[in-house]
Each structure stands twice: as structure tokens, then as C-alpha cells.
Design a protein. Structure first.
Lengths: 312, 231
């Protein structure tokens, strides 16, 4: 089911926190809404979920407006903070299905399937509020996915969990979304998550969409400095203009386009060395090849960035 | 010490022989304080919820007002209700003064701030996103309130206990608006005052013990309910 935002403005405390002229999330796609903290990402998710009514404009899921529709919600939202009612994981999932008017006879099967797929099949009878952060995040996901809603909304689905649990979930999420979800919107401030999980990307800053489209297209054509920096590019001045250098895009030696780097220090990362320095006002870092000699602080070096993008 | 022992013996004797006046006072006490507690829950739980969840100007002021109300002297409440209901008062025409309904009203006013305060505190202790979760899952307002009440049941049962405990043991308001009329508005606390003023200390003590026993039994039931649900 498509999700469409038309001229949506959300005002909070007299301040405009979301201003989206037109945005569509097509059925069957997974879109990462990506941006820094306070960009309005969660607000966007909340208006799609119908938890917040925009001051202007409208949001459509299919042909229904979530905040006005009296029928059962068409979206399933997994909150960033794992929120549970008292009782077991099963009770929480049961309540969710009950509120969605899923027939009692179907609930047990739906719960068992979602729990097993999310790796919490053995935790169903544990008190939900006593789970570890990683388990709680899985239970949070399982509850949302068990609803099999036309639109699945995930708010920072990998936040607040330890590194190992995050890595595992990052690997498993695409399969889970393919199994249970159709249209997915996920909110993240983490570039890796956005690229690993989504096929579409929306870059949101200060409540305004700065870029939207297939992730490879958005990445290859960042459009402006702000988007480029958010996507991990280092923006450098070059011949009166700006170029965006992708991560690991700087190399020692002469080439085109070429820059002069002043070395500051070399950091031993365990399996390789990182050179930190400055090109003009910009701080850059560069991975040294095993054959490179670590330069002393203050050394002036020629570097080049063959894969950089020229910004308009 | 002998007075205490005598009072205890008298209490057992009164209860044992099924003294009809004592039982009518006990039942009247239960009916008046029970009705006031019930009404305080009906009004106080939604108000406490709104106060806990609402975002509006003056919320802190209202919370402070409720917290002050939790310690309001019953006799002051009784005086205000008396001034309102007395023949020459603004609601004198209702002919409520010195009736059980006037006592229920006064006790309701004493218990409600306690119920609001306990409800607000227990709702504020719930995860802040719980109402949004329930709304996103499709619960309407009434269903959301019901589920949140279940989640806050420990606090709500504490509200019942605090409210009932405060009004079953108060004497000032009941005496002022009820008038302590024998067979009509006399409750355990006002009966204790009467017996004490008559110098009938063993009976006064016996009534006191009955009052304590009554409060204990009600709280025992509520605590058992609270702990069973908590478990």
C-alpha cells in the first residue's frame, strides 16, 4: 500500500518541525528516513501512524487518512523505546493482535510464527519488561511484524542495543521485512543502517526533505553540501567550487583532483594505520596502505580523490 | 490498661451478642464511606489520568492544588459543605443538611483529591509512550484508559485504600454535615465522640476497636487483591 504525504506541515510549540511538500513511499519498498537528531524523522513516522495530526496538508495510506480514519489502523509502529504492558511477551503480542481484531483462533499461530522468525520463540512466556535490550528490541519487532500491516514503521530499530545484538539484527532484518512487511518506513540516524536495510532513501534535515530516491542515486548525486556530509562525504574546496570525497576516497600521491594535506598525527587502528590531517579548513582522514611510510606531524603531502563528486 | 481491656471485652460482647444498633452503625459507616469512595474513584481516576497525561498551562499549579487537597482537614471540608447546604446557604433548598447524602458529599470531597493524586502518580510512573502504543494498535480512548488503569492497578488500589481509610476514620466533616443523629446519620467515628463525651469509655473504646477492625478488613481485602494482581 502506498504512503503519500501532501503539503504536510507539523507545528509543535509554535515551531515548524516538519514541512514536506510532496513525498511518496511506494508499495513494496523499504525506505530509510535518514537524518540527524531533531530532523523530524520520528514526527514523520508519527503522522503516518496517525498519532499526530498535521497542522496542514494530509497523509494517505492507500486512500485513507490515518489520523481521521475510523477503521483499524493500516500501519504497525515499532517504537524506538521498547514499550510493553505488564506481563509476558506473549501477552503483549496477544494484546496487539486483539486490538487489531485478529480472530482469537489465528492469534496463537501468528504469535508463534513472528516470535520464531525474530528469534524470541523461547522467550514468549518471559516478562516482557525483564528482557535484555537486545531481546526487548526483538520482541518489539515481533509484535509489530505479527500484525502484518500494509505499512510497517520502524523507529530507530537498532538503537539502544549492544554491538553484537545490533550486528545480528542488522543481518536478519531484511529477511524479516521481506517475510512480514510490504511497505516499510524506517527511521535512522545511522548511515550504515540506512544503506543495509533500505532500497529508498529520504534525507531529512530540520523537517525538510533534502533528497529522496533510490539509495544509489541519492548517494551518487548528493546535491548539496549538507546531504553530502550526512552521507559520509568529506566536502573540500577545489578550484573555486566544492567537491565531495566519499569515505576512503582520498589517496596519497599526485592525481586529479589533487589536494595538499598537512599531516597532524597517525593513529594505529590495529590492522592498519590512519593518517589524520587537514586540507584547508577541513579535517580529513586517510587509510594508509601497508607500503606507505607514516609521515611525521606537520608533513605536507600530495593527495588525490579520483572518485569525488562535484557539488553544484 | 484496664480501660483498654474493658473496652476490648465490651467490643467482643457487643459484636458477639449481635447488638442491632452497633451493626446498623457499622453498616451505615460502610455504606456512606463506600459510596463516597466509589464516587471519588469515578471522578478521581479520569481526572488523575488527565492531570498526569495532559500538557497544558497550569498543570503544576493544579498538581500542587491536588497535593494540598490530599492533606485537607476534614473539619474544614465539613464546614464548607455545611455552609453550602445549610438552610440559608446557596443549596439549602435541596434539604440535604444532616442527611447521609450530605455526609457522602463531604467524604467524597475529602477522598477525591487523594484518588486524583494517587492516580496521577501511578499513571506518571507508566512508560510515557504506552498510550501512543495502544493508540497505534487501534485502541480507542475508553479502551486505552481501561488498559492503562490495569497497568496502574497497584497505584489505583492504593488510591482506594487511602481514600477509604481517610474518610472512614474522619469525624469532623461527618459530625458537621451529618449531625450525628441516632439511627440516621450516626457513624462509628461520631458514635465514638458521643460515647466519650458521655463518659462511656468502654463503649467508646469498643466502637474504636470495631472501627479499626473494619478498616483492617477492608484493607486486607484490597491488599490481597493488589498483591494477587501484582504477582
Amino acid at each position: 500500500m502506498d504512503v503519500t504525504l501532501e503539503q504536510v506541515v507539523v507545528v509543535r510549540g509554535g515551531r515548524c518541525v516538519l514541512d514536506v511538500s510532496a513525498l511518496s513511499f511506494l508499495s513494496g519498498t523499504t525506505t530509510a528516513v535518514f537524518g540527524p537528531n531533531g530532523a523530524g524523522k520520528t514526527t514523520l513516522l508519527r503522522v503516518v501512524a496517525g498519532l499526530e495530526r498535521p497542522a496542514r496538508g494530509r497523509v494517505l495510506i492507500g486512500n485513507a487518512e490515518p489520523a481521521r480514519d475510523r477503521g483499524p489502523p493500516r500501519s504497525a509502529l515499532a517504537f524506538q523505546e521498547q514499550v510493553f504492558v505488564g506481563g509476558s511477551v506473549r501477552r503483549n503480542m496477544e494484546l496487539a493482535l486483539e486490538l487489531r481484531a485478529v480472530p482469537r483462533a489465528d492469534r496463537a499461530g501468528r504469535i508463534a510464527e513472528a516470535a520464531a522468525e525474530c528469534g524470541i520463540g523461547t522467550l514468549l512466556d518471559r516478562p516482557a519488561r525483564q528482557l535484555s535490550s537486545g531481546e526487548a528490541q526483538r520482541a518489539n519487532l515481533a509484535r509489530a511484524l505479527a500484525l502484518r500491516a500494509p505499512v510497517t514503521l520502524l523507529d530507530e530499530p537498532l538503537s539502544g542495543i549492544d554491538r553484537i545484538a545490533r550486528t545480528q539484527l542488522l543481518d536478519e532484518l531484511p529477511r524479516l521485512l521481506a517475510t512480514f512487511a510490504t511497505t516499510t518506513l524506517l527511521v535512522t540516524h545511522d548511515r550504515e543502517e540506512a544503506f543495509r536495510l533500505a532500497d529508498q532513501l529520504v534525507v531529512l534535515v530540520d523537517g525538510v526533505v533534502l533528497a529522496a530516491g533510490p539509495k544509489s542515486l541519492v548517494y551518487r548525486s548528493p546535491g548539496n553540501r549538507e546531504v553530502a556530509e550526512l552521507l559520509g562525504y568529506t566536502v573540500l574546496a577545489h578550484r573555486g567550487g566544492l567537491v565531495a570525497v566519499p569515505p576512503s576516497g582520498l589517496h596519497l600521491g599526485r592525481g586529479t583532483p589533487g589536494f595538499v594535506l598537512t599531516a597532524e598525527r597517525v593513529v594505529d587502528m590495529g590492522n592498519h594505520l590512519h593518517l589524520i590531517g587537514r586540507i584547508g579548513q577541513a579535517r580529513v582522514n586517510l587509510r594508509l596502505a601497508p607500503c606507505d611510510t607514516p609521515p611525521p606531524p606537520g608533513a605536507v603531502l600530495d593527495v588525490h580523490a579520483p572518485g569525488c563528486v562535484t557539488l553544484p | 490498661m484496664s480501660d483498654l481491656a474493658q473496652g476490648f471485652a465490651e467490643a467482643l460482647r457487643l459484636l458477639g451478642r449481635g447488638d442491632p444498633e452497633l451493626w446498623s452503625i457499622v453498616l451505615r459507616t460502610l455504606a456512606i464511606s463506600g459510596a463516597a469512595t466509589l464516587l471519588a474513584m469515578v471522578a478521581g481516576v479520569p481526572l488523575g489520568y488527565a492531570l498526569a497525561r495532559g500538557r497544558f498551562h497550569g498543570k503544576t499549579f493544579l498538581l500542587a492544588l491536588v497535593n494540598t487537597g490530599m492533606g485537607m482537614p476534614p473539619v474544614v471540608v465539613g464546614l464548607v459543605v455545611w455552609l453550602l447546604l445549610t438552610r440559608s446557604g446557596p443549596f439549602g433548598g435541596l434539604d440535604l443538611i444532616y442527611t447521609r447524602r450530605a455526609m457522602v458529599l463531604a467524604q467524597f470531597l475529602i477522598a477525591t483529591p487523594l484518588v486524583i493524586g494517587f492516580t496521577a502518580a501511578s499513571v506518571q510512573a507508566l512508560p510515557p509512550q504506552l498510550p501512543d502504543l495502544l493508540t497505534s494498535l487501534g485502541a480507542n480512548r475508553l479502551r486505552t484508559l481501561w488498559i492503562l488503569s490495569r497497568e496502574a492497578k497497584l497505584g489505583l488500589l492504593a488510591a482506594v485504600m487511602a481514600g477509604f481509610g481517610a474518610i472512614v476514620s474522619e469525624v469532623g466533616a461527618s459530625m458537621t454535615v451529618g449531625g450525628n443523629l441516632r439511627g440516621s446519620t450516626r457513624v462509628l467515628t461520631t458514635a465514638i465522640v458521643t460515647e466519650t463525651s458521655r463518659g462511656n469509655l468502654p463503649v467508646a473504646l469498643a466502637l474504636g476497636l470495631v472501627l479499626l477492625l473494619l478498616a483492617f478488613l477492608v484493607n486486607l481485602v484490597l491488599t490481597a487483591l493488589q498483591q494477587r494482581r501484582a504477582g
